[in-house]
Ligand binder design. Structure first.
Ligand code: NAD
Length: 360
């Protein structure tokens, strides 16, 4: 099959880690007889240097025209970079918001998987880490409290601030459909998280999720209150497969789920919309403190590329081959500095990319 991929390396370690992910994609193309073509686009500080803004309309249109987008990371040292002495609408992170909005991405997926080789990095009790976990947090990205009407006012000398949490059934239905589709590609168990004992928006969320569930009889569905979910994530994370939730709950729960894996250089993510076009990126930032030293961990970006194969291109076997290669390299004891442990072999960014590529 043929796919055109927009590569947005960005700033800091972005170009180094995207290069390794491209190496892996090229190997997949060779082994499984696909044709991947690439187009490199500027976003973030590098685009500010070239065009004065972090994402031009022309670049956004190029990204829209691709089959999918792989992003490294954008931004510099916030306290000490010329990229932050400009109008906020042109700064590096503004490009991120613009591309997510421009590509109409409404679902964010963050996997939280504990490799048994890295279980010492998990901050949870040993017996919990021993059991392992493998879940994805699916967060609604464009509705809810962060996008509702808000105002700050003063009434009779008392300051008052209001935020509104709004969802309509169409917004809920489209992300629920994505959640069930993804559950079908995994262990077929979806837990929808809400606060239906208090919030009307949550009661509608629950009703619509149950309606969509009828179309997916092969997926088991249950509901959990968000406060309970926050506890269950640290008490028994193995129970989760797909966690489906609204914007703010997802913001918080996805960070909690990331934290219990313990290793930022391993965490991939995907943002999806109504079409197959998605934006795939590591969960970490541009790490300017270690840029250009060939020490950054490229695995989060490589795993993001695997998600692209699965969710944008429906190449499940190829995605699994990449994930298995990452697993093999870890089992063989190779580590970048951020996940280094006693008795393991330390390798750099390029070497890690090569080792994974060779095992596909
Ligand atoms: P960061 O994630 O870049 O770095 C946090 C720490 O983790 C640093 O010590 C860094 O060296 C380390 N780290 C991160 N990724 C690593 C990897 N792959 N391998 C090894 N170590 C890694 O977060 P930060 O320092 O808060 O932000 C740095 C810049 O990145 C800022 O400009 C910020 O705005 C930007 N940022 C961008 C994105 C994005 O592009 N999506 C996300 C978060 C932060």
């Amino acid at each position: 099959m043929k796919f055109h991929i927009a590569l947005i390396p960005g700033d800091g370690i972005g170009p180094e880690i995207v290069e390794e992910a491209k190496k892996v994609l090229d190997r997949v193309a060779e082994k499984y007889h696909h044709e991947f073509t690439y187009e490199k686009l500027l976003m973030g500080g590098c685009s500010i240097d070239a065009y004065g803004t972090s994402l031009t309309d022309e670049t956004l249109n190029r990204a829209k025209a691709a089959d999918s987008v792989l992003l490294g990371a954008v931004g510099g040292d916030v306290g000490n970079s010329r990229w932050y002495d400009i109008d906020p609408k042109d700064r590096p992170e503004a490009g991120l918001l613009k591309i997510r909005k421009g590509l109409e991405l409404f679902a964010n997926i963050r996997p939280a998987y504990l490799y048994k080789e890295l279980k010492d990095a998990c901050p949870l009790r040993e017996s919990i880490a021993e059991a392992g976990f493998d879940m994805v947090i699916m967060r609604e990205l464009t509705g809810g409290l962060y996008f509702g009407e808000r105002k700050t006012e003063e009434i009779n000398g008392v300051r008052k601030a209001t935020d509104t949490l709004v969802y309509d059934e169409n917004e809920i239905r489209r992300i629920a459909v994505k959640g069930f589709e993804i559950a079908r590609k995994r262990k077929k168990h979806l837990i929808s998280v809400d606060k239906a004992n208090v919030l009307d928006s949550s009661r509608l969320w629950r009703t619509v999720v149950d309606e969509v569930a009828k179309e997916y009889p092969d997926v088991t569905v249950s509901h959990m209150l968000v406060d309970n979910c926050a506890m269950q994530l640290v008490k028994d994370p193995a129970q989760f497969d797909v966690v489906l939730t609204e914007n703010m709950f997802g913001d918080i729960l996805s960070d909690e789920a990331s934290m219990i894996t313990g290793s930022i250089g391993m965490l991939s993510s995907a943002s999806l919309g109504a079409t197959k076009l998605g934006l795939y990126e590591p969960s970490h930032g541009s790490a300017p403190d270690i840029a250009g030293q060939n020490i950054a961990n490229p695995i989060a970006t490589i795993l993001s590329a695997a998600m692209m194969l699965r969710y944008s291109f429906d190449l499940d076997e190829e995605a699994r081959a990449v994930e298995d290669a990452v697993q093999k390299v870890l089992t063989e004891g190779y580590r970048t500095v951020d996940i280094m442990a006693e008795g393991c072999t330390r390798v750099g960014t390029k070497e890690m990319g090569d080792l994974i590529t060779e095992r596909i």
